[in-house]
Design a protein around this ligand. Sequence first.
Ligand SMILES: [Zn+2]
Length: 426
Amino acid sequence: MLRKGIYLLGVFLRNRKIFANHSFLMKSKRWTIDELESHQLTHLKVLLLRAYEKSAFYREKFDRHGIHPSSIRTLQDLARVPPLSKDELLANVDGIQLDGDGEKLFFSETSGSSGTPLVFYRNADWDAWHRAAVLRGYDWYCVRPWERNGYLWGYNISLKRRLKVRLLDALQNRFRLFSYKDDEINRFAGRLKSATYLEGYSSMIYEVAKRINRGVGVRPSNLKMVKGTSEKIFPQYQDEVQKALGRRMISEYGAAEAGIIAFECPSGSMHMTMETVIVEVENNEVIVTNLVSKSFPIIRYKLGDYVEVDTNAQCACGMAHHVIREVTGRVGRVIRGVENDYPSLTLYYVFKNLAIEHNLILNYRATQRKQGHLTMDIENRLTPDEKALLLKECDKYYGRDLEVDVYDEVDLRSSKKKKLDFVSDL
Ligand SMILES: [Zn+2]
């Protein structure tokens, strides 16, 4: 009761709009596609008009392409608006940022893969939709946000900040890992037995799961939800996580600027949050329009991920919301052969083929330091046959254009940033 009280008071003080938006989403989860799309269209029109009228950047962009918001009459018409790249967004923050129309504004910052942080402000309603979408996902697993939870995030925090973070964590009934040091992971694993949910970077959840499987701590038996975010969830993670934590890792897909794009239901489908985001796919690349981004309109934004979507999914959970089958890779990173460039997505196919055709599931990181050369670090121990299979699969995609060195039994943990499946120094 006390925990619940602290939580409710916290929400009430910080942003009470969460309550209303959460109950909205609990009703709209039963909507049909027609209902969802009609809702999307209504909100799209409002967003486009506001962006056109208030944002210097969007007005200039729309005018340049001869588009007036009133000419967007269907969801399909949206495709006429040119997409917004990450660079374009970063270069025009001032021309995009609007006020909150009287609503409180929340500071937001995302690191971005290029290194330049994106700093912007979300209006209270937007912030509330973001949190409400997460809460709806919690509901599917009977998780109450005030319950005891483990958090794998924001490590390498300075000692000074730790105190503040610890205090905020205590208020949220949460404990977290502060470093990748063995004894800290061990302590964290031990504390999990009192938790009902765990969330954070998927590679860190995997590390903790491995530790537990090696006999560290007590195997937690109360976890109702294990949620991985921000990184690719490799198939191999699931075996360790299932064994250690008693359930598989589910996935939340989103970004501060885009909102919660999808949340995995207990039947294993990543349902799009269609109430607040329009997802389009062009050349396998995801393009998002955030329908609640009133203070910083995000319209046809190329988030930088390749995805596979399913708009005909019939999910056992009963929700009609469209489904993201898989986030397959990051856009724009290339592996450079002697003659040709290859999208880093090819790595995804190399390992997917190994998994599907040979039941060989590997955890990997590829690094390029020199053109025409790729280092493949594999966490698993490889037999000579398995190594040959991997090289043969690489050969299919890169041939003689790329020399591949394979190292097995490599520790893939990285202490500084999130784990990437491909790193290039070129
Ligand atoms: Zn479902």
